[in-house]
Design a protein around this ligand. Structure first.
Ligand SMILES: [Zn+2]
Length: 418
């Protein structure tokens, strides 16, 4: 077998395409493969599929998988053919998608790499500028998302994550049952919910199917969800309720620390449960805990609120919540009076947990994955890039167009936290 025939076979080229010449340059560590079609070949018209004669050609080059440790490039004359009915049309080549400077196999490799490493690292590894790698990533994520079927979505979870330190929020919308990311976008208000609704409808989702929505007590979200999904029962997430309790404890502590310097730098001791404290932290707050300090009282109220989630049924939980709110109000500690009022105002959603057991723990897990991804997206931390990484990590996307080329499924295999 001659070398051209070997490369034609190895590349999987079918008639009329074949390898014509190979040009290997050891100094530049580069192999150039010239591919051409047989003289007189006709191509199917892209519109009707009828064979059409070649009208003219345009030379193009694509980067392919490396040849050993050398970069390999395919160059070919891409024909435009002339159909009697549809006129002059560009023919698609089997090894690359239109507009890309890479072969599909190279793109499949890149999509595999970016699922396991930062984009910048993948770019270094293959020796390409990372803007080109981002372009590949965006194309295939967009393509895979366009295929996403949301017709079965009934339970929503939503949460926000900061896109930069302390500013610019990105809101994530999850399918709680499938544990997959449906939609991510900038902002955290009613317009954000409206944008999600439009995307859901565009992917076959139905407003009337949405029965449950799990979120924090962010007023704009609540209004947005009630307007967009009138059938949805709201659950105010356990994580966020306990987070608010912790914030209330800390507000009490900060106020009191002005007169009680022993409370300074104890913030994290009060946030943790007793069983999770380090021995050092335990020592630090051992005496404080049993004192008459307001912070200690606030801490005990927080621990009591945790028992709320141990109640065996809705009725018991309802009574417990009311008693707890009464106690918090009577404490006279301003942050707890306020918090109790918030809980009362949102009691139905807080108690909904005892009906459906929905919790945004899954979102918290995804949030931490995305924070890690952001740390890795150095220099290209645009909202669009972060959103694309979020879909890649948590979207359970299927890269069907690339999978058969590679021999194994390329779908995002990152396991989601349970
Ligand atoms: Zn045609």
């Amino acid at each position: 077998m001659d070398t051209n025939a070997l490369f034609t076979m190895a590349l999987g080229l079918k008639s009329p395409w074949e390898v014509r010449t190979l040009d290997f340059n050891a100094d530049e560590r580069r192999l150039d493969i010239l591919v051409d079609f047989e003289r007189g070949a006709s191509f199917p018209c892209p519109t009707c599929g009828q064979p059409a004669k070649v009208h003219d050609t345009e030379e193009k080059t694509w980067r392919h998988l490396d040849f050993f440790q050398h970069a390999a490039y395919l160059t070919a004359r891409v024909p435009r053919c002339k159909c009697d009915e549809h006129g002059v049309k560009q023919v698609a080549v089997p090894w690359a998608r239109e507009g890309s400077g890479f072969t599909l196999l190279f793109e499949a490799l890149v999509m595999t790499l970016v699922q396991g490493m930062p984009v910048a690292a993948a770019a270094r590894l293959v020796g390409e500028h990372d803007t080109r790698i981002w372009r590949i990533l965006h194309h295939h994520v967009d393509e895979a998302r366009s295929q996403k079927d949301m017709s079965g979505v009934t339970q929503l979870g939503m949460d926000e994550t900061a896109s930069r330190r302390g500013q610019n929020y990105i809101t994530l919308f999850m399918d709680m049952a499938a544990r997959s990311l449906l939609f991510a976008t900038e902002g955290r208000d009613a317009a954000t919910v409206a944008a999600f609704k439009a995307d859901l409808l565009a992917h076959g989702g139905k407003v009337e199917n949405i029965e449950e929505a799990c979120m924090d007590m962010h007023q704009a979200f609540i209004k947005g969800v009630q307007a967009a999904f009138p059938n949805a029962h709201l659950t105010f997430d356990r994580f966020h309720v306990m987070k608010m309790a912790n914030e209330a404890v800390d507000q009490v502590r900060r106020q009191e620390a002005k007169d009680h310097p022993e409370l300074k730098r104890t913030r994290y001791c009060w946030l943790k449960n007793p069983s999770n404290l380090t021995s050092h932290q335990r020592e630090r707050i051992q005496d404080l805990k049993c004192s008459n300090l307001q912070t200690a009282e606030a801490y005990r109220m927080k621990l009591t609120l945790q028992d709320f989630y141990e109640q065996s049924n809705l009725l018991a939980a309802g009574q417990f919540l009311e008693e707890w709110c009464e106690m918090a109000t009577e404490s006279g500690l301003h942050p707890f009076v306020k918090f109790a009022q918030t809980l009362r105002d949102h009691a139905a959603g807080v108690l909904r947990w005892f009906v459906k057991g929905l919790t945004n723990g899954i979102l918290e897990g995804i949030n931490s994955l995305i924070q890690a991804a952001k740390a890795k997206a150095r220099g290209y931390r645009t909202v669009r890039n972060i959103v694309a990484i979020a879909y890649l990590i948590a979207g359970k996307l299927r890269f069907d167009g690339l999978a058969p080329l590679w021999g194994s499924p390329l779908g995002a295999a990152t396991p989601l936290p349970t």
